[in-house]
Design a protein around this ligand. Structure first.
Ligand SMILES: [Mg+2]
Length: 420
């Protein structure tokens, strides 16, 4: 029986999420008068290239990477919009922040595309198909964009599935039906089967994945070496590659803009506690600790100050992060000023394993600040029941009305187009 080839043999649940006509959809969201029109994002000059085409434009044969001149010949009435990459990067961060609420195992493939491993999320979120649906709803409600999702037991099938019912589609390949799904599929749909490989295979009468499977491993290895073996395994639905979360993130944080300016150190400390807690939750969720804590604070006149401090050891403990943020706050002149925004972020990440080793070498008198297991439980409960559940008592019960939270999440090189 060929099921999903998870590490333990059980079926895994992997999502591939792909935003629909991402740049064009962002532009339509920003300029509602464009809704329903053929929209081409890209350079309008003679050498311009289409970066994205709305689905209305695709009906005319327009697509990304096409010369703009060709696209406009196909669809002369199309509206050409110059690209705004900083905006797309910002929207991408919001989209990924939604993904990361559903699972810590999010691997970005490009600015608008990711794998999400739902391992271990069943207890919190229920069966995978429901998670996929909830994720689509959350992205639409919070970011105002549609995405297409593929759900399968392995990565390459999830990716194929997400493309099957675009736009705004959800396609599941249930565990156990992989072979049935793959057999009639054209070989060009398999990852790593480019035009040259395809041609070579077609000369041997191989047109579908079923044909490829029948040709057999030995013949494929003879023709293509290790690549042949890889293709054979794919034809059986086998793909052990794990979803590798984007640990390269440089910083993560949380900031709030308040409807009414916050006045006085005690009130500001409470704001920072809320933010430190959220940041710690996200560190735990991603299995990271951070050494550097930053404070961002903006007063009613839009004067913004940022300060940072490096801790003696990396932490994921909200109390240590809050303590550091409060020390940074002491350096801010708070007298007679009201503040409209505060934010706490952390950077300089370390994986916990490394710290365990340091602990072994360091003085035995220094106990770990807090049980990681306990913090993980607290984080999971907050994730499930909302942030106010298990909020630290010292934060008080006050919930400031009219605040808008934003998760900040910067990546080292903003994904221009990271394709495998
Ligand atoms: Mg896309």
């Amino acid at each position: 029986m060929v099921g999903g080839a998870g590490p333990a043999g059980g079926a895994r649940a992997i999502l591939h999420v792909d935003m629909d006509a991402f740049f064009a959809s962002v532009e339509v969201r920003e300029q509602p008068q464009l809704r329903g029109l053929p929209v081409l994002v890209g350079g309008a000059g003679r050498r311009g290239v289409v970066a994205a085409a709305s689905y209305e434009a695709r009906k005319f044969g327009c697509r990304s990477a096409q010369p703009m001149a060709v696209a406009l010949r196909l669809c002369p009435q199309a509206v050409v919009v110059p690209p705004r990459h900083a905006l797309y990067a910002e929207v991408s961060r919001s989209v990924f922040a939604v993904f990361e609420r559903f699972s810590p195992l999010v691997e970005g493939l490009s600015i608008d595309e990711a794998f999400i491993d739902l391992a271990g999320t069943e207890r919190l979120w229920g069966p995978p198909r429901g998670v996929a649906e909830a994720l689509r709803v959350a992205v639409h409600q919070e970011v105002g964009l549609t995405c297409s999702v593929g759900l399968a037991s392995v990565k390459f099938l999830a990716k194929i599935a997400s493309g099957m019912h675009k736009p705004d589609g959800l396609t599941e390949i249930p565990a156990g039906t992989e072979l049935e799904f793959l057999t009639p599929l054209p070989i060009g749909e398999l990852w790593g089967v480019g035009p040259r490989t395809q041609e070579k295979l077609q000369r041997r009468g191989v047109h579908t994945v079923g044909d490829l499977r029948r040709l057999g491993e030995a013949a494929l290895v003879e023709m293509f070496g290790a690549h042949g073996q890889h293709m054979y395994r794919l034809s059986l639905g086998l793909d052990e590659r794990a979803v590798v979360p984007d640990r390269a993130a440089k910083s993560l944080g949380h900031e709030d803009t308040y409807a009414v300016d916050v006045v006085g150190v005690p009130a500001l400390r409470r704001c920072l506690l809320s933010q430190a807690t959220r940041v710690a939750d996200r560190l735990v969720a991603q299995g990271l600790r951070a050494r550097c804590v930053s404070l961002k604070i903006r007063d009613g006149d839009f004067v913004t100050e940022t300060r940072q401090i490096t801790l003696p050891r990396a932490t994921d403990d909200y109390r240590e992060i809050h303590g550091a943020a409060c020390r940074l706050l002491e350096a801010v002149d708070t007298d007679g000023r009201g503040f409209r925004l505060t934010g706490v972020s952390v950077s300089q990440f370390e994986a916990p394993e490394r710290e365990v080793q340091l602990d072994l070498l360091g003085p035995a008198s220094e106990p770990p600040p807090r049980s990681a297991a306990l913090q993980a439980v607290l984080s999971a409960v907050r994730e499930r029941h909302g942030h106010q559940a298990l909020f630290p008592a010292e934060a008080g019960s006050e919930r400031r009305p009219g605040t808008t939270g934003a998760i900040t999440h910067s990546r080292p090189n903003e994904p221009a187009k990271r394709r495998r």
